[in-house]
Each structure stands twice: as C-alpha cells, then as structure tokens.
Ligand binder design. Structure first.
Ligand SMILES: NC(=O)c1ccc[n+]([C@@H]2O[C@H](COP(=O)([O-])OP(=O)(O)OC[C@H]3O[C@@H](n4cnc5c(N)ncnc54)[C@H](O)[C@@H]3O)[C@@H](O)[C@H]2O)c1
Length: 430
C-alpha cells in the first residue's frame, strides 16, 4: 500500500484532539509533510510531533501552497475555523489536491456550491468531516432500514442533546457562540444531524423546512444575583452555578479544549484571561440554545429534529417509524432496538424487539480502537486515506455533503423570517 503525503492547514483543537493522535499511531500509512498554523506554540508543537522539517512549517496556508507546488502531495487537510475554509479549499482545488475538509463547509450557500462545483470540475475528492456517517451506531441503523424490516419509513424523530456544560463551553463561551464569527447552531452543531438524516433516508430530496428557536437562557437578564463578568472563586455563585469554570478545574471536562495545545499546564491562566473564563450570562453569544426543526421529504416522510442545550447527557437519540416496525436508538447507551409490528405476544402483537450494541461490537473488531464521535473520527480518516492512496473511493462527494448544508441555511432563514421554506425555490437562488 502506498504511503501517502498530506499537508495540514490549521492545527487547532480539532486537529489536536481528534486527528493528530491517529497520525502518530499510523505514521507507517501517512506522513504530514507540511503544516500551516499562525499560532507559534501550536505550530511548533505539531511540527515536532509529526517530524515536519523546518522548511515545511508555515504561518499561513498561502506560502505553504507555494512550497507544495514542487512536492508530491496526496491530499490537504483543512482544519481551520468555520469562516476560514473557503479560500484555502478553493486554492487547494485549483492546485488539484484532494481535500479533507472540516464541516461546516463554508458560511454561505454560494461558497458551499462553489467548492462542490470546483471539486467536480477538477475530479478531486472533497471529503467533508460528516463523521457520523462512519459510526458503527448509525451504520447499524442504516443497515436495519435497508433490510426493509420496518417497511417504508413514515416519520422520524431525532434529537441532539448538546449537554449543558458542552453548550456553555462551545456555544456560549467558545468558538461557535456567535454567527458573525461562526455559524448558526443548526449549521455548526447540527449539519451532522441533517447529513445523517439524509443518509438514513437514502438522500431523498427534502422539499420543505421550518425552523423555530431562540437564545433563551444564556443572556445577561438571566444572570443570578451577584454574578460577575468573569467566572472566579470570588463570584457568590461559583460553587453552585452548573456552568461555573469549577467544572473544568475539578472534572477536567472540556479542559483540554481550553488550552492551545491540549496540555493542561496553562489551564488556570487560560481560564483567568481567555474566553472560557467568562460568565455564561455575560458573553458575546447570539446562537440559539434550543431549536426545533421540521423537514418534509419528497415522498412525504416528515422529520422532526430537536437540538437543545438543556440536557444532562451529550448524545443523540432517534426514533424511526416505519409502516411495519420501528427503530429506536440511543447513542450514549449504544443501543439500537428494532421492533416489528405483529410479531410480539402482547395485546397488540407489537414489541418483538431485537437489541444490538453496534459500537461495543465494533470496538472489539477495530484495528485502531475506539476514537471520538462514536468511532466516527478514526473511520473517517481511514476513508480519506483509502480515497487518496488508490485503495478505494470516498464514502461521500462534496455535492452530497452540501445537501445538508443547504437545509441548515434554509432552516435558519425560516427561523428568522418565520416562514416555511420550499427547498426547490430556495436552491434556485444560488
Ligand atoms: N467534524 C466534527 O465533528 C468537528 C468537531 C469539532 C470542530 N469541527 C470543525 O473543525 C474546524 C476547526 O475547529 P477547531 O475547534 O479546531 O478551531 P480552532 O480555532 O481551534 O483551530 C483552527 C486553527 O486554524 C488556524 N488558522 C487560522 N488561520 C489560518 C491560516 N491562514 N492558515 C493556517 N491555519 C490557520 C488557527 O490558528 C487555529 O489554530 C471548524 O470548522 C470546526 O467547526 C468539526
């Protein structure tokens, strides 16, 4: 098998927490031959970790692409923040590189379409990190749907439980808290969910969408009496507030994503000075903390999708209702349950259920162990590897990946304008 050569743009949290370790473990399969990262600390840390020679270490992607012109490059990984994907993606495609592209693809429908079009024109792989498609959990559900055992899908209820402290960390204090620098939450958090819903239903056209939601809780009006703008031990509610930075310091939850390199030696200083040390009621956040969406598909299937900050667990649950049976699944508990109507022995002959634990089964078979996003992250990297080393074809194309993004953009427009959006009319605008 050919050993591939990749270049990296953006060595931030996503790279550090989800991908870097895989490359360390699999350095017999792939080399990182160049890195572009403006922050010195991160740049030097990862250049050293991945043995990148000093002439291939850059402060930004533009000079790195110049350097790569004379090199053998199998792919570029774009892990910059949401608003910094478009320019490097277009430039890399112009240079004919295959791309691993972090989601969300880009902050406007037109930019997403541009990337998909250029990828097609250049015949390049653009593998968008919709990692749920690679999880044993959702693959099990997909395979059960495809057996036809529950008949034709009639309706789906899907829930994304963000988790209260996860919300505070990422969408109130953190990177994705404001649409000006990131995206609406239906995109930044839930393009994954919209993508997986398209995958499970066989990418049937979505015809209509409606979105409802707002930022209700994380505002200054809801600040407890005595709360201070920075979260410190001096605040009168430090001990009792569920969102206080005490969680980082005592449980370690999300702490690695507070510091630049994922090492915890600077945690206290970063909390004193950085955005994650702010009081959740005094941040510059504007994204919804709950949102409900309704989607209608071409064949009449209707989907309700709810995302919320106010959950104890961080997980996804799904209920797929078919003409002859039902699939219920809960990602945290790693349970997928299939019931077939008419096969039970209860009063309505319902309830003959088959339970499975797909992730647990996959862990024992997995070569690289069990990585983030329910095993999706490592399998996603393996897919990119196969698509770029001549061993296989990528699971998705950019054209497929933008479908969920267009739905997310339309849902946000629906939420803001209080109108139902017809997707065919919406798409014609671009
Ligand atoms: N697929 C998933 O499930 C998933 C999960 C988390 C994050 N993400 C996405 O991954 C992306 C990165 O997120 P993150 O949390 O790592 O953000 P981050 O801000 O921690 O990292 C982005 C990095 O890009 C660097 N950068 C900025 N300008 C650059 C330039 N000109 N050239 C090279 N590098 C540059 C920044 O310095 C930073 O280190 C985002 O789009 C995010 O939404 C995806």
């Amino acid at each position: 098998m050919k050993k591939v050569q990749y270049a990296l743009i953006g060595a931030g949290t996503r790279w550090t927490m989800s991908y870097s370790g895989w490359f360390e473990e699999n350095n017999h399969l792939a080399d990182i031959i160049a890195i572009a990262e403006p922050i010195k600390e991160k740049r030097e840390y990862h250049a050293k970790k991945h043995n990148i020679p000093s002439e291939a270490v850059f402060e930004s992607w533009e000079p790195m692409l110049e350097y790569l012109k004379n090199k053998d490059v199998d792919g570029v990984m774009i892990c910059t923040s949401d608003h910094d994907h478009y320019k490097p993606a277009m430039a890399c495609l112009e240079q004919n590189y295959h791309l691993l592209l972090e989601k969300p693809i880009a902050p406007t429908p037109q930019e997403c379409i541009d990337i998909a079009k250029l990828a097609k024109e250049k015949d390049r792989v653009v593998l968008v990190a919709h990692v749920l498609r690679y999880t044993p959990f959702f693959n099990k559900i997909k395979s059960l749907i495809d057996t036809g055992e529950i008949g034709k899908i009639q309706a789906i209820q899907h829930t994304e439980n963000i988790g209260s402290f996860h919300m505070a960390h990422s969408f109130v204090r953190g990177t994705w808290n404001n649409t000006k620098k990131s995206n609406p939450i239906i995109m930044s958090k839930s393009c994954h969910d919209l993508d997986i819903l398209m995958y499970l239903t066989g990418s049937i056209n979505c015809t209509k969408v409606a979105g409802f939601g707002s930022l209700k809780h994380f505002t200054k009006e809801n600040a407890p009496a005595g709360a201070q703008e920075r979260c410190t031990k001096k605040c009168s509610v430090y001990e009792t507030c569920p969102y206080s930075i005490k969680t980082y310091l005592t449980t370690g939850g999300f702490a690695k994503s507070v510091t630049a390199t994922g090492e915890l030696d600077t945690l206290e200083k970063d909390l004193q000075e950085g955005p994650h040390g702010r009081c959740v009621y005094y941040c510059d956040n504007n994204v919804c903390d709950s949102m409900s969406s309704i989607l209608e598909l071409e064949d009449g299937v209707n989907i309700t999708f709810s995302l919320s900050a106010f959950t104890d667990k961080i997980n996804r649950t799904i209920n797929i209702m078919g003409s002859h049976g039902q699939i219920r699944a809960n990602m945290t508990d790693d349970v997928v349950e299939l019931s077939k109507f008419g096969e039970g022995d209860g009063p309505y002959r319902n309830g003959a259920s088959v339970l499975s634990h797909p992730s647990a089964e996959a862990v024992s078979n997995s070569k690289h162990g069990y990585a983030g996003h329910g095993g999706g992250d490592s399998r996603f990297l393996e897919d990119f590897l196969q698509a770029t080393n001549g061993q296989g074809k990528a699971l998705t194309t950019a054209t497929e990946s933008i479908q969920s993004h267009l739905i997310a953009f339309a849902l946000e427009e629906s939420r803001l304008t209080e109108k139902i959006i017809k997707m065919d009319e919406y798409k014609k605008r671009f």
